[in-house]
Design a protein around this ligand. Structure first.
Ligand SMILES: Cc1cc2nc3c(=O)[nH]c(=O)nc-3n(C[C@H](O)[C@H](O)[C@H](O)COP(=O)(O)OP(=O)(O)OC[C@H]3O[C@@H](n4cnc5c(N)ncnc54)[C@H](O)[C@@H]3O)c2cc1C
Length: 526
């Protein structure tokens, strides 16, 4: 009998298993998860045809098996034998498969062995540990500058649960999603009274080293409510957390990383049980350190004969099959080409116009769906591009609605665009038309300003319209076409920009006036 084995009970694995069984009902689809609790996408609330808010939830493996007919095995795969097409389980069992999808996710990237006082946030257990540690914490060090660090620091700062030292590698906050100008819009909402310190380049003491936490069994990453768990602890509501904080207890240390960490032991007479050193030379005495410096894909079960990407993810080809080192794409009929990968564990180097990889729920779900089509041979021309048509991410930061579309930070558009994005200098927008800096015209555009960044090459533009505390709109234009957009606040522009990116409409004739209110871009596609 045709046996499809899916390894990993996170969003990618669950989606893949259900879809594979739907497409190939006569197959035996088996899902292996070390945890009896699975993480699934419950719904996508569409904002536009492609952009949507992803609702994620937990399911017991029994309920999941009963609802979908997928065979569940609660175990861990310790090794995958691609020659024999067998998976070895921690319990000693062996599973033989016809085709297999690796969806083992990723684990927090730590610079030293995880301990109860130095840990990353990934699964429910780590959130529980954080919750317990927060009860009597006086000072916490948060290291990292991605979405998770932003959420956590905003939460800690707005609840004033304890003093927070935040070490960020860049010269601005939120480098995964923001450039310096977007960061400036948000930084006031972290706290209006922060202590900010920037290191001199010479103060750096080098890259931290150490061993990472390889041994623990990876769990599915936490669901959307992980901060609510902490909120219960701190006695705050979602609304409270969405308000701008006035927190003198937040100290942001820019341009530095964690250099070293020394734990003193629970019975030490020192005021703080942990002493951490940052690469700018600053020593931070604290109760614990949360590392939010990104993730490392879980790929240990599969032979090093298979190629890893720059981030350690399993490289997959156009059909989501793992790729042999040096061998490129496997040929049809090869024994190895029955192993696929999806979700956070894999690295996609697809050459798409408007899509690129960031490890997110939506991408885990889309890859799971797509891998199922590839595994069951159900991929048609129509569904081939589909999920990789446009990068989309709908989320909230600091209480603001955020929509990210296409290459919103100029990702992959070449050094000229990247230079322009990281260039802090803004030029004032079009004069004589629209709303200019500091001019109040209508109530909704009070204090609105429009800025333009121009590259030496005239064809590259970054247009930014911002009203502090209300909205931030950034558009990346190359050759008169919109390549990406970041929309913060209730802009109502999501569908327009989705269409502009996908249709590749040449809007050179509008040029720098695109974001002025005289140009009704919402009417563009009427
Ligand atoms: C704290 C946090 C907050 C986040 N917030 C958001 C957010 O707001 N929005 C968003 O879009 N994304 C968010 N993400 C990212 C998102 O969670 C991930 O991109 C997504 O869940 C990845 O899904 P996955 O199925 O690939 O991996 P995971 O969810 O990591 O699942 C992997 C599964 O594989 C299992 N597994 C691992 N190894 C083995 C093995 N050897 N044998 C068997 N099973 C194994 C694990 O137990 C787990 O069940 C967040 C991530 C974190 C850590």
């Amino acid at each position: 009998m045709d046996t499809i084995l899916v390894i990993g009970g996170g969003i990618a694995g669950c989606t893949c298993a259900v879809e594979a069984l739907r497409l190939s009902p006569s197959s035996n689809v088996t899902l292996v998860s070390p945890s009896p609790t699975l993480r699934t996408v419950e719904a996508i609330e569409h904002v536009t045809p492609l952009l949507g808010i992803v609702h994620v939830g937990d399911r017991s493996s029994d309920d999941f098996a009963a609802e979908h007919g997928v065979r569940m095995i609660c175990d861990e795969v310790v090794a995958l034998d691609h020659v024999r097409s067998q998976a070895q389980l921690a319990s000693g069992g062996i599973l033989t498969f016809s085709r297999c999808c690796v969806a083992t996710g990723a684990s927090p990237a730590l610079v030293a062995q995880a301990t109860p006082r130095y840990f990353g946030i990934r699964d429910t257990e780590s959130v529980e540990n954080l919750r317990e540690r927060l009860v009597d914490a006086k000072r916490v060090l948060v290291v990292g500058n991605g979405g998770l660090a932003l959420e956590l620091v905003h939460f800690l700062a707005s609840t004033q649960a304890c003093q927070v030292v935040w070490a960020v590698r860049n010269s601005y906050i939120g480098n995964t999603f923001f450039d310096a100008s977007a960061s400036a819009f948000f930084v006031q909402h972290v706290s209006t009274e922060t202590t900010c310190s920037r290191s001199e380049p010479s103060a750096k003491t080098g890259t931290p080293t150490g061993v990472s936490d390889e041994k623990s069994i990876p769990k599915a990453s936490v669901g959307p409510d992980w901060l609510k768990t902490l909120a219960t602890q701190a006695g705050t509501s979602e609304e409270d957390r969405n308000t701008t904080s006035q927190n003198p207890l937040l100290d942001i240390q820019f341009e530095c990383e964690l250099g070293g960490i020394c734990e003193r032991g629970e019975d030490s007479s020192d005021l703080y049980p942990v002493s951490a050193t940052l690469t700018n030379g600053r020593r931070v005495e604290c109760d614990f350190v949360v590392s939010a410096t990104g993730v490392r894909p879980n790929t240990g079960i599969i032979s090093s004969d298979f190629k890893r990407g720059p981030d350690g993810g399993l490289c997959v080809d156009e059909m989501m099959r793992v790729v042999r080192c040096g061998g490129g794409i496997e040929k049809e009929g090869d024994v190895e080409n029955n192993i696929f990968a999806a979700g956070d564990c894999c690295c996609l180097e697809r050459n798409e116009d408007h899509w690129f990889q960031i490890r997110l729920w939506r991408q885990a779900r889309d890859m799971g769906l797509y891998a199922a089509k590839c595994i069951t041979g159900s991929l048609d021309e129509l569904s081939r591009g589909g999920v990789f048509e446009l990068f989309v991410h709908a989320t909230r930061f600091f209480g603001f609605k955020v929509a990210l579309l296409g290459r919103f930070n100029g990702q992959g558009l070449g050094p000229s665009v990247q230079d322009l994005i990281s260039n802090h200098e803004l030029q004032e927008g079009p004069s004589g038309i629209g709303v200019k800096h500091g001019v109040t015209s209508t109530p909704e555009c009070r204090h609105e300003s429009i800025h333009i960044k121009r590259a030496t090459s005239e064809s590259i533009r970054i247009l930014i319209r911002t009203t502090p505390g209300v909205e931030y709109v950034k558009v990346v234009l190359v050759g008169g076409r919109v390549r990406g957009a970041m929309l913060v606040g209730d802009t109502g522009l999501e569908e327009t920009f989705e269409n502009l990116i996908l249709s590749e409409t040449d809007i050179s004739h509008i040029g720098d006036n695109l974001l002025t209110r005289e140009v009704d871009i919402e009417d563009f596609f009427d």
